[in-house]
Design a protein around this ligand. Structure first.
Ligand SMILES: NC(=O)c1ccc[n+]([C@@H]2O[C@H](COP(=O)([O-])OP(=O)(O)OC[C@H]3O[C@@H](n4cnc5c(N)ncnc54)[C@H](O)[C@@H]3O)[C@@H](O)[C@H]2O)c1
Length: 330
């Protein structure tokens, strides 16, 4: 079968990647979607089982840091678009093993860019999926895309460093790059180390939600289908060389998040909610909040479609209906 576009998604077996790959495969039967992923601890083969037999889907198990493999892919496939999501993503772990984060997040990005740039087939878009954490924390200032980058944890530092590698390809070679910086994304199939699935999994095991530290931390949460819609719109209408914030005004204090989840999962009254919360020490320096403006993306026509109430209800229901999704992981 002849395909009229080939899209390479790295990290396509992960949380966001699997939603993106499924959307691409279903929405574009005439496009070939290739997923390059080394199936790190945070993925389940079940995330992509609904598309694994589709003719327009190909899975390559491999490491983005492996230049031989990555060059081979670009020399044998006519890749038109790259969505680069493969990364080490758990902030806590980045304090323990910063070098592995550097290797995958920075070196892996360099390997991919080099192969994409040297490929015979000319790439149309290289979309690097970065994070609002590159801005560092803010109590009052709302970040737009021109705000300074001040990462304050090893994960965010590697994402910022990779952004600079990506941007250098624009400067040197006029390479067709676009960078996205998104808020916390949540939804079904997210691995249990991230805050929402972590709380849900603890509660399902009749354990308390662990609130780290006493500072009033909050996060802006974006439902995964809204993030995927934003990435697909940026692929079609985004301007090459630009950075796009992808986020919502839905800011939820972590304490409120825990309380909402306790009520939804445990069906308890307000007075009993505290019985399901436990306070544990935090790491020494933690970012309180990352507020961002998304006017550039809104000008392309994007608005989030899923409210917090709807998205969190749907997510809780999914974890309740799939309690073994992560515990049965081979
Ligand atoms: N989840 C969020 O809230 C969020 C917000 C903003 C940006 N991002 C970015 O989006 C991307 C995806 O995040 P996610 O939440 O889906 O993470 P995830 O941890 O669920 O997925 C990461 C994927 O990368 C793969 N991977 C890791 N190392 C690899 C390697 N060396 N070679 C090939 N594949 C490798 C993993 O196997 C996994 O499938 C990341 O780049 C992350 O920085 C995530």
């Amino acid at each position: 079968m002849d395909f009229n576009r080939t899209v390479l998604v790295t990290g396509g077996s992960g949380f966001i990647g699997s939603h993106l790959v499924c959307s691409l495969v279903y929405r574009h039967p005439g496009w070939r979607i290739i997923n390059l992923d080394n199936l790190d601890y945070c993925c389940s083969p079940r995330s992509l089982e609904s598309i694994e037999d589709r003719k327009n889907y190909t899975f390559i198990r491999g490491d983005v840091c492996n230049p031989r493999l990555v060059n081979h892919i670009f020399n044998t496939e006519s890749i038109d678009v790259v969505f680069h999501l493969a990364a080490k993503t758990h902030v806590e772990s980045s304090f323990e093993s910063p070098s592995s984060f550097h290797q995958v997040n920075v070196d892996g990005t360099r390997v991919l860019l080099q192969a994409a740039h040297q490929a015979r087939h000319q790439l149309q878009r290289f979309i690097y999926v970065s994070t609002d954490e590159v801005y560092g924390a803010s109590l009052d200032k709302v970040f737009d895309e021109s705000s300074p980058v001040r990462p304050s944890n090893p994960y965010a530092a590697t994402k910022a460093a990779a952004e600079y590698v990506v941007r250098s390809y624009r400067e040197q070679y006029k390479f067709p790059i676009i960078i996205t910086r998104s808020n916390n994304i949540y939804g079904p199939r997210q691995y249990t180390e991230k805050v929402i699935p972590k709380f849900l999994t603890l509660l399902q095991m009749d354990k308390k939600c662990t609130i780290q530290g006493t500072l009033p931390k909050s996060r802006h949460f974006l439902f995964v289908s809204d993030a995927v819609d934003a990435f697909l719109l940026i692929m079609e209408k985004g301007i090459v060389g630009e950075i796009y914030n992808v986020g919502t005004s839905c800011e939820i204090p972590i304490m409120q998040l825990a309380r909402e989840l306790v009520k939804m999962v445990k069906n308890v009254s307000d007075s009993e909610v505290n019985d399901w919360l436990e306070f544990v020490p935090d790491r020494p320096r933690v970012d309180l909040r990352y507020p961002i403006k998304c006017e550039k993306l809104q000008q392309l026509g994007w608005r989030p479609q899923v409210s917090w109430a709807e998205g969190i209800r749907y997510t809780v229901k999914w974890y309740q209906e799939n309690p073994d999704f992560w515990s049965d992981k081979p």
